[in-house]
Design a protein around this ligand. Structure first.
Ligand code: NAI
Length: 329
């Protein structure tokens, strides 16, 4: 049993190597991402394993199909980087639907708190022996209103964590969950009433650019936005305008629409050609992290276990394996 891993970093080996050995699986780790030029590297394997910024579009899937790959293992929850329609009937595609909703929700809350209290600036100042607190004033969260967009696994943990904060919690989701300790309202009402808004919905046609000039216009002056879901939820030029006009009080982004060029890579010696990313990073009230909300020991171990178990289930020909997005005929 052989799997070719794409877009790997040293930390991917931490769990995948020993857990694959335990299961008798031979793994090859490629640093390169999956794309039209690199798909051929998977020849001779039973499966490819990909991550959020690998490109599994129709052209790439065509090549994988031609070289005999039947199984694609997503070591993540989201699958917007894979052409599922084209894959249907040709590939077994399996994912890790949930590995640690708590890891992501805890990180979203960390971003919200850090940005609100300017921890990112304080950290830099004190390392420079600058102990001034001018410009570091935040807002007391207790008594404020927090909006949670998307009340699936991560959104629900976020709401749970927020219970201790003494805040009013608003929620929006086309599929409300019964018994959740939050007030479901329309998207527009959530945007207009919230002091803090955290996004936990998937990227779909409906959610693409959900944060745009119009919806930013609905928001409270000084609203703080946290996005740990997918970058394209936000229309970046509109966000930049919202920051320039001081309509928005701050923005924390763990994801970015054009992140695949930059995130997970060290680009500190490069000339950055993405003017929007560069502009975002000039704002003192913008905190950008590099898609690391999932990145805990527990979550990465759980990802490796589920991914490898998904593979074993397919190889054993289990009739009804879990976590399947589509099946090969
Ligand atoms: P989930 O599938 O459990 O929940 C998503 C929720 O969003 C569902 O309740 C769904 O009804 C809702 N939703 C769908 N369309 C919506 C819309 N138009 N407006 C509002 N809500 C909508 O997914 P989960 O596990 O909670 O993950 C949420 C997202 O978080 C994922 O899709 C993924 O993009 C992102 N994620 C980010 C990670 C990171 O490291 N930054 C790690 C894991 C997930």
């Amino acid at each position: 049993m052989k799997i070719a891993f794409y877009d790997t970093k040293p930390y991917d080996r931490l769990w995948f190597e020993p857990l694959a050995r335990e299961r008798g699986i031979y793994v090859t780790f490629y640093e390169t991402r999956l794309n039209k030029d690199t798909a051929i590297l998977a020849s001779g394997n039973d499966a490819v394993c990909i991550f959020v910024n690998d490109d599994a579009d129709e052209d790439v899937l065509w090549i994988l199909n031609k070289i005999g790959i039947k199984t694609i293992l997503l070591r993540c929850a989201g699958f917007d980087n894979l052409d599922l329609k084209y894959a249907e009937g040709k590939f077994n595609v399996l994912r890790v639907p949930s590995y640690s909703p708590a890891a992501v929700a805890e990180f979203a809350l960390t971003l919200l708190m850090s940005l609100n209290r300017n921890i990112h600036k304080a950290y830099q100042r004190t390392r420079d022996f600058n102990f001034s607190i001018n410009g570091l004033m935040g807002t007391t969260i207790r008594g404020k209103t927090v909006g949670v967009v998307g009340t699936g696994k991560i959104g629900q943990v976020m709401i749970d964590l927020l219970q201790g904060f003494g805040v009013d919690i608003l929620a929006f989701d086309p599929y409300p969950v019964e018994g959740l300790k939050a007030e479901y309202v329309s998207k527009e009402e959530l945007f207009s009433r919230s002091d803090f808004i955290s996004f936990h919905c998937p990227l779909t046609d409906d959610t693409k650019h959900m944060v745009n000039a119009e919806t930013i216009g609905l928001m409270k002056d000084g609203a703080i936005i946290v996005n740990t879901s997918r970058g394209a939820i936000v229309d970046t030029p509109a966000l930049i305008e919202g920051l320039k006009s001081k309509k928005l009080g701050g923005v924390a982004l763990d994801v970015y629409e054009e992140e695949d060029e930059y995130f997970f890579e060290d680009r500190s010696n490069d000339i950055i050609s993405d003017d929007e990313l560069s502009r975002l990073l000039t704002f003192p009230n913008v905190l950008v992290t590099s898609h690391q909300a999932f990145f805990t020991k527990e979550a990465t171990k759980s990802i490796a276990e589920t991914t490898l178990n998904n593979f074993v289930a397919i190889m054993k020909g289990e009739p009804d394996p879990k976590n399947v997005l589509c099946r090969a005929e």
